[in-house]
Design a protein around this ligand. Structure first.
Ligand code: SIN
Length: 532
């Protein structure tokens, strides 16, 4: 058994920032299932939405966030995160992050990007590789810290709770069982302050802008441990993922539309303008649905993002990563409209937390995409998530440090080791891969941008069968990362479907043909699920 003052699972912006702050107060473990850099953060192109300019204000950022959130944001969370943002961003700059600047009347100013739903330019960015820059700077600082142990290739299997061990006290998180991939053994990590920062669950869908690690591990583990899960029906589909047979999950940042890019159908028409006055820069849910409808109406396999009116030099300077990547696939974005389709991008719901990241399970915190503070409501405003990760990491650390560690009986006793039993190696990997594909395909077909009760019910029935089969695998075979991820994906898929089935209205990212209008009287509230 390894014991730490703090343990954080996940190594994106929230997890790394938390670890750095917590290391001032004790020993910290970062548990991450691949390399440290493998996180959603490293893939974030857009940037950090934050009020820094005289032309902007907290009131406007708050208003834009609430409008995108379609009536479900938690106003306290929105105000806190927006107002504390500038201080947290300043800390990131002090660690060495240089956001892009531009010359204005002889002096340098931050170059602010614009994205859908923002009434002002307010997105701090490093070209179109903001997340990668942030990740590198935080990881370098983590690696320099003697008080942080970075456990790479370690995947959390499950949380350890007092209730599971049969202690007759109020339930409390005591640590986690963690699979060390290099040895195949499961270690016991003991801590009274466990933070989940595992990111989202884009891989639950066939098409996603997320990296392979985004398998909903944190939500699935918290659910199994009995924590409250909120608003999982609100999955954000990014309108513009590169459409190319060989390009896997490549995002074309919304910032491209912020710089004048226009979505066009195969006749060259600006079709989003017909459904929203902001056209291609309308909130994401509107744009993704407009594309979905256009593709269904015309039978086209994609639509096109046209930024050919911008000079090549500008595109090379502002979007070097997107420019180079498109060129590798034979698309010169200075001349050719970019073929794009919507893809699953962000989990707006998650483990229900307060504004410090505290979950309903004592000793367990959740920060970043895995947590649901209420900032995003029914639809996240672009680039608010890196901001939330920074603010929540700071607040979670402060809240945990302010609390004395609980005087729990388990503090004195050691936790039981993981029992592998008589299990054998998985005999047929094909079953795992088949189930994995089946979940992702059925979620795409039945639980996508436009839903119906019937499709959701079909998905629910299929998922129950798959979950039974996966559970059998889990008990009978030696666990592997693939099997654990599959089990988590199935759990999260079922949570999305159950949440979607219970919301008999359309709001924000949840749109169903059977209940196409919002119903404030009954449904202007969070969808809360707890394992019974
Ligand atoms: C993008 O660059 O379009 C993604 C930004 C975000 O999802 O916040």
């Amino acid at each position: 058994m390894k014991q730490f003052d703090f343990a954080v699972i996940g190594s994106g912006i929230a997890g790394l920032t938390f670890a750095l702050k917590a290391s001032a107060h004790g020993r910290v473990a970062i548990i991450t299932k691949r390399k440290g850099v493998d996180s959603n953060t490293a893939w974030a192109q857009g940037g950090v939405a934050c009020v820094t300019s005289d032309e902007d204000s907290f009131a406007l950022h708050i208003r834009d966030t609430l409008e995108a959130g379609a009536g479900l944001c938690d106003i306290q969370a929105v105000e806190t995160i927006v107002k504390e943002g500038p201080e947290r961003v300043q800390e990131l700059m002090e660690l060495g992050l240089h956001f892009d600047e531009r010359d204005v009347a002889g002096h340098r100013e931050l170059d602010l990007g614009r994205e859908g739903g923002h009434s002002k330019r307010r997105v701090l960015h490093v070209h179109d590789m903001t997340g990668a820059e942030i990740e590198n700077i935080l990881l370098a600082a983590v690696r320099r810290s003697p008080r942080i142990e970075l456990l790479e290739n370690h995947m959390a299997v499950d949380l350890i709770t007092a209730a599971k061990l049969g202690f007759a006290t109020r339930d409390h998180c005591l640590g986690a069982y963690v699979l060390d991939e290099s040895t195949g053994t499961v270690e016991t990590i003991r801590t009274d302050r466990l933070v989940l920062a595992t990111g989202g669950c884009g891989k639950v869908y066939l098409y996603t802008t997320n990296p392979d690690i985004a398998t909903g591990d944190g939500v699935a583990m918290a659910w199994r441990a009995g924590a409250v899960i909120a608003d999982m029906e609100f999955v954000q589909f990014h309108p513009t993922c590169l459409f190319h047979a060989e390009a896997k999950s490549f995002l074309i940042s919304e910032a491209v539309r912020g710089e004048g890019g226009i979505l066009r159908n195969n006749k060259g028409e600006d079709f989003v303008r017909l459904v929203h006055p902001l056209g291609s820069l309308a909130p994401r849910d509107v744009v993704a649905r407009a594309i979905d409808a256009e593709m269904k109406r015309t039978g086209a396999k994609c639509v096109y993002l046209d930024i050919t009116q911008q000079p090549r030099e500008f595109l090379l300077e502002r979007f070097p990563h997107i420019y180079e990547t498109c060129l590798r696939y034979g698309i010169d974005m200075a001349k050719d409209p970019i073929p794009v389709v919507p893809a699953a991008h962000y989990q707006c719901g998650g483990i229900k937390t307060d504004i410090n990241g505290a979950t309903s399970l004592s000793g367990l915190y959740a920060i970043g995409e895995v947590g649901c503070t209420g900032l995003h409501g029914a639809n996240r405003l672009a680039s608010n998530s890196l901001l939330e990760g920074l603010v929540l990491a700071h607040r979670a650390c402060a809240a945990l440090v302010a609390k004395d560690p609980p005087a729990h009986p388990a503090g004195a006793v050691s936790l039981p080791e993981w029992r592998a039993g008589e299990v054998q190696n998985v005999d047929e990997l094909v079953v795992i891969y088949h189930n994995w594909d089946e979940i992702r395909r059925l979620m795409w077909d039945y639980v996508g941008i436009v839903r119906t009760d019937k499709r959701l019910q079909r998905a629910s029935a299929r998922l129950r069968n798959l979950q039974r089969e996966i559970q059998e695998f889990y008990w009978n075979f030696r666990i592997t990362v693939d099997l654990l991820e599959l089990r988590n994906l199935a759990t999260v898929a079922a949570l999305i479907v159950d949440s979607a089935l219970s919301r008999k209205e359309s709001r924000g990212l949840h749109f169903t043909l059977d209940h196409p209008q919002p119903n404030d009287a009954e449904f202007r509230r969070d969808t809360l699920l707890t394992r019974s």
